[in-house]
Design a protein around this ligand. Structure first.
Ligand code: FAD
Length: 500
């Protein structure tokens, strides 16, 4: 069983969605040569959740880990480039900002750039913060070129918008080529060890049993092993993130291929728009206490920018996570472990963290309690930091609808309340050593939703006003020049093999 000193020889992955195949491909690549056997069970009759098209830049390092060529990936998954997420109407109707995958400004003194901008903004002498960020200016001009290798300023990174089904299918090919055995069939029972209570085998409809030492639950919202079998409690975060429904529908691409995902606030939720090469993914996330399904569906369909391809699919979810993601000999990765709404495209990234943490802690001789505890500690940190960041989008609003007024008034986690106050008072934000969203991301949302700093680092005052104005103006015009020199995003895609 792998407990108490027995080495893990056989891993069974339950589920062949994005989580299952990402896990299989990574384990085979990283651990396959150590004599580990890996089996993945999936059921075509059950299918996958079938949404999840926007990613974060971290996926690039995952691809590198698997030896995936980026250009080939783009061609095979109909991918476009993503420089950030544009938020429309989130503070007040008419507001528009981008959360960029990159920096604002550059060092013009001993304090961080944001403090200089805050001082100039306080006296009405700064341009909107987005004009000091290369990925934002490039995104709005629909331009892209990869950052130059070795550029020490590292002004931006990028992610992809892709067909996640095609990505998973490709990883399935790679995983099987690396020795992963795929079994098709519906799991109807789970057999447990009489002494330890660990999972011994999953039982297919055909009666066949698939035994293993370590099980990875990638069975999606169903949480077949971690939930149904092992009863790991689910920590419900609906009190902070009450949206619990979504409709999703692709539409034709009307020609706009902006290198960014868009999230537009609506009356009782928000709508996503994710342009791929050959179509646009759309969806509306909403809260059923404020909108019924008809209202939500109508809003989505009325706001498509191309002809709908089929009927919208309805999805239900509860925001939160399993208190423990590693129980006995079972690790939950993907939707089985928890769900945070796709506002910041974090689910695939959480899958990636789950896989990398599992590889780091992969039991040599038997599963130790300390491995389980460390895994849970690392994943809890990730989930909670993302949760706070998502909640910020909802509380920092000035909209008039009942839903948005309720969101503004809700009690928020102390950790978040402190962050907002620190920023408002002194433009300070904590730097997270291992956190997904660094200060730049927080600054984007705070400023974008009208939380302006009233104070700043005192070292900024040492700079003469004219010098400050000059420094900011130079950065802004350099960024405008650099963005204008980039190729059109569509031309970049065509050069990467896209045909549209
Ligand atoms: P699933 O895709 O549901 O796969 C579950 C697998 O388990 C399937 O293969 C199924 O056949 C198998 N299975 C289940 N039960 C059994 C059984 N009894 N026997 C055999 N097999 C079984 N993520 C992002 O990163 N970016 C986004 O933009 C994004 N947008 C989203 C929008 C919405 C509305 C939702 C709900 C999610 C979104 N996500 C997004 C999340 C993303 O879709 C998932 O994280 C991702 O698809 C992984 O899902 P999964 O593999 O965990 O589960």
């Amino acid at each position: 069983m792998g407990e108490g000193g027995e080495p893990i020889r056989k891993v069974v992955i339950v589920g062949g969605g994005t989580a299952g195949w990402m896990t299989a491909a990574a384990l085979a690549r990283m651990l396959g040569r150590s004599g580990l056997s890996i089996t993945l069970v999936e059921s075509a009759a059950i299918g996958t959740v079938g949404v999840g098209e926007a990613t974060l830049p971290q996926i690039r390092s995952f691809n590198r880990l698997l030896g995936i060529d980026e250009r080939e990936m783009m061609a095979r998954t109909a991918a476009t480039i993503k420089l950030g997420i544009e938020f429309r109407d989130w503070g007040r109707a008419g507001d528009r900002y981008v959360h960029p995958f990159g920096t604002y400004g550059e060092a013009i003194g001993p304090a961080d750039f944001i403090h200089y901008w805050a001082r100039a903004n306080g006296s009405g002498e700064a341009a909107p913060i987005g004009e000091y960020s290369l990925p934002i200016v490039a995104a709005w001009q629909e331009r892209f070129e990869p950052p130059r290798e070795g550029d020490e300023r590292q002004p931006y990174d990028y992610a992809f918008q892709f067909d996640a089904g095609l990505y998973a299918a490709w990883l399935a090919e790679l995983a099987q080529a690396a020795g992963v055995v795929r079994r098709e069939g519906r799991i109807v029972d789970v057999r447990r060890d009489g002494t330890s209570g660990d999972i011994a085998a999953v039982v297919l409809e055909s009666g066949e049993e698939i035994a293993g030492d370590l099980f990875v639950d990638c069975s999606g919202f169903r949480a077949l092993l971690i939930g149904e079998t092992l009863d790991a409690p689910f920590e419900d975060w609906s009190r902070w993130l009450p949206c619990n429904r979504a409709f999703a529908v692709p539409c034709a691409n009307g020609g706009e291929h902006g290198p960014y995902t868009r999230a537009t606030a609506r009356g009782a939720g928000w709508q996503w728009r994710i342009p791929l090469q050959h179509r646009v993914g759309n969806g509306l996330v909403y809260c059923d206490a404020f909108w019924d399904d008809h209202a939500a569906r109508d809003v989505l369909m009325a706001n498509l920018e191309g002809e709908a391809r089929g009927e919208p699919r309805k999805l239900r979810f509860t925001t939160g996570r399993r208190q423990s993601l590693w129980r006995g000999n079972c690790v939950a990765i993907g939707l089985s472990g928890g769900f945070l709404e796709p506002l910041e495209s974090t689910s695939i990234d959480l899958i990636q963290s789950g896989i990398l943490n599992l590889i780091d802690l992969f039991p040599g001789a038997g599963i130790e309690d300390s491995d389980r505890r460390e895994y849970d500690r690392l994943m809890a940190l990730e989930f909670e930091r993302i949760r706070d960041f998502l909640v910020l989008h909802y509380v920092a609003n000035q909209r008039e609808e009942e839903f948005w007024r309720a969101m503004r008034a809700m009690p928020i986690p102390d950790s978040l309340a402190e962050k907002i106050e620190d920023f408002r008072a002194r433009a300070i934000l904590p730097d997270y050593a291992h956190g997904l969203f660094q200060p730049v991301s927080w600054i984007a949302v705070l400023l974008g939703q009208n939380i302006l700093p009233q104070g700043w680092d005192p070292r900024v005052e040492a700079m003469d006003g004219d010098e400050l104005g000059e420094g900011l103006a130079q950065i802004r015009s350099r960024i405008a020049r650099e963005a204008a020199a980039m190729p059109d995003h569509r031309d970049f895609l065509r050069a990467s093999g896209a045909s549209f």
